[in-house]
Design a protein around this ligand. Structure first.
Ligand code: UGA
Length: 426
């Protein structure tokens, strides 16, 4: 069994650490946030990720949390980097946290492999390798092992990956990282570091492209009377196309797609290439979030003084993450239109992110007296909701279902004016 240091106790670092501990490895997770480390030591999990609390508790004896670099790297064979790489003003990835970790490795005396889990621009591995060499750390290897887990299903994705990608400069480092994953079934892709870095960015770009594609098809469906749900089903059954990531809606959000699309666009641009398709994907997504406002206006006219309930704030269900969530853009646009915004989410902290909105503890409370509702996140609670009761409570029973979650006919018989995305208006 190996000793693994994980830098970064966020969504990626904690899932990585917990899953490696579950495979039997000794794991030390290091973060710079004292509150976060204290909470983890007390057994509290600072993020909402299904199954993570149970996995951390079950492997507590193999998991340590620390603020101290020296403690983290002591005897470590693998130095996993799982820190954030948010976009900078220019759209390039901000690698300052990555460089801080690399600079902290000066005291590592034993042979070890730095493994990059954070999403980084192509070429980062070569730069890290150069810096390690410059500092005399030639006994430290380098591998890129990008992360493909999605929030909400991260543990399942880690344990049952579609593939494990390992890019290394040295065969032995790649072999070591492969061995570390023993016990996880899944195809292994071994390649050079730059290709591993690009696989990550290209995979996310492909997924975003599918979403923007189906969203544009949805918009044409609206203009022509077709139903995008049926269209996606019929298109997705083609084995060459496949059914996933063809759910039309109000656009993608989250901590990855928006940031990674900008980073790839910028990476291409910095290299002198204009990535037209990706630019279109990004633009379609921005417009898609805003189309909801048009739908509301078609029914209500001016939104000034109208009360609009946002159902769901997280960028997708089963997470408390609201980074780049469509709800934020919607709330901002509604406020700019003079509407009164109220909202509900079962886990996301609405009060922290939407100070301009009134936050309610249940969907029915949020809908009480509202002029319109927008279903923003497809939380299971919303499938179960008593929509006939909701219609009675609203001042005006209008629902824009931004995720095509509900059955239009059922909603209409419950008394709603129902609008989906890419579905014929009833
Ligand atoms: C995404 C990728 O799916 C992961 O493989 C990757 O590891 C991760 O980014 C990352 O780079 O870290 P995540 O952002 O957690 O994972 O969530 P997704 O399930 O991919 O959803 C992203 C967004 O796309 C959500 O806002 C979701 O509502 C939207 N989406 C997804 C659609 O609008 N339609 C779809 O058909 C699918």
């Amino acid at each position: 069994m190996s000793r693994v240091a994980v830098f970064g106790a966020g969504y990626v670092g904690l899932v990585t650490g917990a899953c490696f501990a579950d495979l039997g490895h000794e794991v030390v997770v290091r973060d710079v946030l004292p509150d976060r480390i204290d909470a983890l030591r007390r057994g509290e999990v600072p993020i909402f990720e299904p199954g993570l609390d149970e996995l951390l508790a079950r492997n507590a004896e193999r998991l340590t949390f620390t603020l101290d670099v020296a403690e983290a790297v002591r005897d470590a064979e693998f130095l996993y980097v799982a820190v954030g790489t948010p976009p900078t003003y220019s759209g390039d990835a901000d690698l300052s946290a990555v460089w801080t970790v690399v600079d902290e490795l000066q005291g590592v005396e034993q042979p070890a492999v730095v493994v990059m889990k954070s999403t980084v621009p192509v070429g980062t591995g070569a730069k890290v390798r150069h810096r390690l060499d410059e500092r005399g750390l030639t006994h430290i290897g380098y591998a890129s092992n990008p992360e493909f887990t999605a929030e909400g299903t991260a543990i399942r994705d880690f344990r049952h990956p579609d593939r494990i990608v390992i890019g290394a400069f040295d065969l032995v480092d790649g072999d070591a990282v492969e061995e570390l994953h023993r016990g996880i079934e899944g195809p292994i892709v071994r390649c050079d570091v730059a290709s591993a870095e690009m696989i990550k960015l290209a995979a996310n770009a492909a997924l975003m492209t599918r979403i923007s594609f189906i969203n544009e098809i949805a918009n044409v469906c609206e203009a022509t009377g077709a139903d995008v749900v049926r269209v996606a089903e019929g298109v997705g059954l083609d084995r060459r196309i496949g059914p996933s990531f063809l759910r039309a809606g109000i656009g993608y959000g989250g901590s990855c797609f928006p940031k990674d699309s900008l980073a790839l666009k910028q990476l291409a641009a910095n290299s002198g290439y204009h990535f037209q398709l990706l630019n279109a994907v990004i633009e379609v997504n921005e417009l898609q979030k805003r189309r909801v406002i048009g739908k509301l206006k078609q029914h209500l006219g001016s939104l000034r003084g109208k009360s609009v309930a946002l159902l769901g704030l997280a960028f997708k269900p089963n997470t408390d993450d609201t980074r780049e969530a469509p709800s934020l853009v919607l709330a901002g646009r509604l406020v700019a239109e003079g509407a009164d915004v109220r909202a509900w989410d079962p886990v996301a902290d609405g009060r922290a992110i939407l100070p301009q909105a009134t936050i309610h503890d249940s969907p029915l409370e949020a809908l009480d007296g509202a002029d319109a509702a927008v279903l923003v996140t497809e939380w299971p609670e919303l499938v179960e909701l008593d929509w006939a009761e909701a219609a009675r409570r609203m001042r005006n029973a209008l629902l824009v279902d931004g995720r095509n979650l509900l059955d239009p006919e059922e909603l209409r018989s419950a008394g709603f004016a129902y609008e989906g995305i890419g579905r014929a208006a009833g």
